[in-house]
Design a protein around this ligand. Structure first.
Ligand SMILES: Cc1ncc(C[n+]2csc(CCOP(=O)(O)OP(=O)(O)O)c2C)c(N)n1
Ligand SMILES: [Mg+2]
Length: 335
């Protein structure tokens, strides 16, 4: 049974979607200003992450993100965004989020979070914990061996895990049509022996519904579910990408017309639960939260020279030479 959403839940979901987009766009701008490293905008996937998070229990379930999702996981605590900001600003320990927050660090090496999620879920089952692990992975990540190995294992062990494949149409410049010959990504679940379903990833209420059902299956011992959430990437792959070189203009224009934020805003306005003033306020609040996170992270920056300390236990001759060159060029502490 899906838990009904209260008006407060609905408004929080809208607020979190707006917060995710604002944070993501600020992160993008920070990179352009030379203040942050490469990062991957969430634009287009907000309904998937916020809708899924709302269906989970932050005190009992775990989320294992890829790299776009952390800005939209406010439901799990402010620490998730704070650590993400530290991470893109180059703090060596920035992605780490201490318990009790149940969110793993962002994962760049594609699909490596998937075996972790299955192990986590299986461990919970073995120790009798009531909860599940939800893992986000992209359409491109489904081509990795880690995904097949982990999903197979999850089916055999009936692990309480939910696979959310964020199908945003692209894996950098590779379109989904070149990613798989399968009819869709949900169909892959049949080979693993558990159900798979495709949901409109621009419809936050539909996402909430399917993830709620998947969680119910997981915690009742019925095993894993694969959810393919379909959307479109509305921003460059990362700050290092130029999508105008490969993304058809008409596709992007059409996708902007199905923006998940606009869609939910219309839905809530129609129910008398949201106004333009609410949008303005949510944007300003998100901006202030992001500003505070940036200031805190910038005030506590790691010295980039630490780069040379964590490669080997004892620095090699070459590393020692590079370190000296670095100091000659930037000084001992360029912060
Ligand atoms: C193991 C591995 N291979 C290749 C890459 C390079 N790479 C980074 S992102 C990406 C595309 C991933 O696409 P998808 O899983 O659809 O996620 P999206 O970026 O669309 O959210 C690739 C190939 C990587 N990070 N890790
Ligand atoms: Mg993708």
């Amino acid at each position: 049974m899906t838990r009904p959403l209260s008006d407060d839940d609905l408004r929080a979901m809208m607020t979190h979607m707006i917060g995710a987009r604002v944070s993501s766009q600020r992160a993008f701008n920070l990179q352009r200003q030379g203040r942050a490293g490469t990062n991957a905008p969430i634009d287009g996937s907000e309904a998937i992450v916020v809708g899924a998070a709302r269906a989970l229990d932050p005190t009992a379930d775990w989320v294992l993100p890829q790299y776009r999702e952390p800005v939209a996981l406010q439901r799990f605590g402010p620490e998730v965004l704070e650590s993400y900001v530290r991470y893109i600003l180059g703090d060596p320990d920035g992605g780490h989020i201490p318990e009790p927050v149940r969110v793993w660090p962002p994962q760049i090496s594609l699909a490596t979070q998937v075996p972790h999620a299955v192990g986590m879920a299986w461990g919970m089952k073995r120790t009798g914990e009531t909860g599940c692990a939800l893992v986000f992975l992209g359409d491109g990540s489904t081509s990795e061996g880690d995904f097949y190995e982990a999903a197979n294992f999850a089916g055999v062990l009936r692990a309480p895990v939910i696979f959310v494949v964020v199908n945003n149409g692209w894996a950098i410049s590779t379109p989904v049509a070149s990613q798989t010959a399968a009819k869709n990504f949900a169909a892959k679940s049949h080979a693993f022996g558990f159900p798979g379903t495709t949901v409109d990833g621009t419809d936050i209420l539909a996402v909430y519904e399917v993830v709620s059902e998947a969680r119910e299956r997981a915690v009742s011992g019925a095993g894993p579910t694969l959810i393919e959430a379909v959307t479109y990437r509305l921003a460059p792959h990362t700050t290092a990408d130029d999508p105008t070189r490969y993304m058809p203009d008409d596709e992007l224009v059409a996708a902007r017309g199905r923006d998940p934020l606009t869609r939910f805003q219309k839905e809530l306005s129609g129910r008398g639960l949201w106004s333009d003033d609410d949008t303005t306020r949510a944007e300003a609040d998100a901006d202030a939260v992001m500003e505070a996170a940036i200031q805190a992270a910038e005030a506590d920056r790691a010295n980039p020279i630490e780069l040379f300390d964590h490669v080997h236990a004892i620095r090699t001759t070459r590393l020692e030479r590079q370190r000296r060159e670095w100091i000659d060029h930037y000084g001992e502490d360029p912060r």
